[in-house]
Design a protein around this ligand. Structure first.
Ligand code: FE2
Length: 269
């Protein structure tokens, strides 16, 4: 499996605090079936001042440590990129890294406040040739009152990344509810661990894949941790799975489509 979201590099953010912990995280990931992992420390201006250069350096050092410890985990450069007004320019300059130098990058909105003009920023990024991967929308506290924003971000071309712990219930009922809703609606492109440590928020995707498979089938659950992450790392074009579903019918057809939906569901709600 391929894990595209991890805070495994030591000392760069609130993830791993030491090389020993990073090695233990890598062992746990490999034991659970992860073979490839993107190292994606936070980039938050004024808080976690990481960038392409220091992340690439840390990945190289960690690769050497993995080799010495004989842990078979392939690493890729990436970042968990907090929103910023100049993000399109920073990505274009290369000072903020995408995933393995592809067009795809992890796009992290604030957890508790819906920023104004989030959709405008996403559109500017897409028009600049990048594909934002919206990280764990199911965990954002503003999703309850603003689910339509997630739908619209998906419709304009943002991919959706679910966090593994959310779909197994480790982040509580609300995150579980929205995980299941997003999967049931066919909006989830990838599942990633977003691991932060060897004891707290441990790595591993297999339990989440099993939980997702119960709702969307095994093939689609595997796509979320293998096929699509592989295409992202290879920079192949990828449409959000939820994009087609997000295309709104024209107003004239809306009533008819809603009726058809009810018929297909066999209910009247
Ligand atoms: Fe993260």
């Amino acid at each position: 499996m391929i894990d595209l979201h991890s805070h495994i590099l030591p000392g760069l953010d609130d993830g791993s605090s030491s090389l020993a912990e990073s090695l233990e995280m890598a062992r746990l990931a490999v034991a659970d079936g992860t073979t490839h992992m993107a190292c994606t420390p936070h980039i938050v201006p004024g808080m976690y001042e990481n960038g392409s250069a220091n992340i690439a350096r840390a990945v190289k050092e960690f690769e050497q440590a993995l080799r010495r410890a004989a842990i078979p985990l392939a690493l890729y450069v990436g970042a968990d990129v907090h929103i910023a007004p100049d993000l399109p320019e920073q990505l274009a300059l290369g000072s903020v890294p995408t995933l393995n130098r592809s067009r795809y990058f992890l796009f992290e909105p604030p957890h508790h406040v819906l920023p104004p003009r989030l959709e405008d920023l996403a559109l500017r990024l897409i028009n600049a040739g990048f594909v934002p991967i919206l990280t764990h929308p199911e965990r954002l506290t503003w999703i309850k009152a603003n689910y339509d924003i997630v739908e619209r971000l998906n419709a304009i071309g943002c991919l959706v990344q679910l966090t593994a712990d959310s779909i197994v219930g480790a982040f509580g009922r609300t995150a579980l509810y929205y995980s299941e809703k997003l999967i049931d609606e066919g909006r989830v492109d990838i599942i990633a661990s977003d691991t932060h440590g060897a004891t707290r928020r441990r790595p591993g995707l297999s339990q989440a894949v099993a939980a997702a498979a119960k709702r969307c089938g095994e093939d689609e659950a595997r796509n979320m941790v293998l096929k699509r992450p592989g295409e992202i790392l290879a920079n192949r074009p990828l449409e959000p799975v939820g994009k087609a579903r997000s295309k709104k019918p024209s107003p004239g057809n809306a009533g008819r489509f809603a009726g058809l939906g009810r018929l297909l569901k066999g209910g009247t709600a």
